[in-house]
Design a protein around this ligand. Structure first.
Ligand code: ZN
Length: 348
């Protein structure tokens, strides 16, 4: 990533993130969270608790800003949940309290077949999508061009789970590939519309989670159902896109690298060096710091070890592998940016 011998002038956080997403030289590796770093501790610190911080723009922006102001990340990502647009589509939401994520009640699916898919007229004016759009505007105003503001728009595979239920959607993908593709084709317009609205509001980049996760579907499935769609997103959404898929994904990284997306947000189940070899500089990698074991239950030393493993492999942006557990300590999260700075100092 960094051209040897070339001294890169100091950058601000936003420049650093955007350069790394383009695989251009950076003054140091950016610390970036394509998904949520909200925690209960941070909610208390700025008095912006769940579930309100997912529904009221001022609270959403205030909680998101702590990722930069408290944790030292180079990015701010206000979309903590995966349910904002699903709520606007009509899915029933379990909102929970501050110590728990809101979820879609997937046992009460809203659609059974492709003909029932309707994108409501208020997709972008519904409280839960508008909250995201307004929060991005607030953050853009507050942080100017200093920090990368990252939005998020869910991919059609994830929306399929929410609107049809996970099991019915997976069964349909086995029984009827044609109908499944027709569903994805309709749902992709939600991804595009919500994404474009966030870009217009000031988002520098968009995370695009599409949960074709390693444990539920195969790499061959990714190639059959999603590769073309993801290429289309990269063409139609005019900012760097960060694809997010959890789990072991080395079997589909070759396909992912062909999509034209800027980055792949990858899970700790994948080895950094092996992953870098597969993607061969066609897409940046970001993430990989383990959530449930390392960030949640181990200490700063183990966090540092995982950060170094990514930097040693040449991974372009470092951060948690996915939305972090809400009970993660601030100490462990701060260690990520400390470790990145130290790694660079040690190599000067
Ligand atoms: Zn994930």
């Amino acid at each position: 990533m960094e051209t040897t011998g070339e001294v890169v002038p100091a950058m601000n956080s936003r420049q650093r993130v955007l350069a790394a997403l383009r695989r251009e030289p950076v003054d140091r590796t950016p610390v970036c969270n394509p998904t949520s770093v909200a925690t209960v501790e941070l909610m208390d610190l700025v008095d912006a608790p769940f579930p309100d911080a997912n529904r009221i723009p001022e609270l959403m922006a205030r909680l998101a800003a702590t990722g930069h102001t408290e944790l030292g990340f180079d990015s701010i990502m206000p979309v903590f949940t995966i349910i904002q647009e699903s709520s606007a589509l009509g899915c029933k939401i379990q909102w929970e309290q501050k110590d728990n994520w809101p979820t879609v009640k997937m046992r009460e699916p809203i659609w059974q077949d492709v003909d029932e898919i309707r994108i409501p007229a208020n997709l972008l004016t519904h409280q839960d999508t508008r909250c995201v759009i307004e929060a991005i505007k607030i953050l853009r105003r507050e942080f100017g061009n200093e920090v990368a503001v990252i939005g998020k728009t869910m991919g059609p595979w994830s929306l399929g789970y929410h609107c049809f239920g996970v099991e019915p959607f997976l069964l349909m993908s086995l029984d009827n590939p044609g109908r499944t593709k027709a569903c994805l084709d309709r749902l992709k317009e939600v991804t595009i519309q919500f994404g474009l609205a966030q870009i217009e509001a000031g988002a520098d980049a968009l995370t695009l989670p599409d949960h074709a996760t390693g444990d539920l579907v195969s790499g061959e499935y990714y190639a059959r159902y999603l590769r073309e769609l993801h290429i289309e997103f990269a063409e139609r959404l005019p900012v760097p896109l960060i694809l997010h898929i959890c789990g072991k994904t080395v079997d589909r990284m070759e396909y992912i690298a062909q999509t034209g997306m800027a980055a792949f947000h990858y899970d700790s189940k994948n080895d950094p060096a092996e992953s870098m070899r597969i993607v061969r500089n066609r897409i940046s990698l970001v993430g990989n710091i383990n959530n449930p074991e390392t960030l949640f239950s181990k200490g700063p030393e183990q966090v540092r070890r995982e950060v170094y493993r990514n930097l040693d492999a040449g991974v372009q942006l470092v951060g948690p592998e996915c939305a972090i557990p809400l009970q993660t300590t601030i100490e462990n999260l701060k260690e990520i940016s400390k470790a990145v700075r130290d790694w660079h100092l040690e190599r000067q």
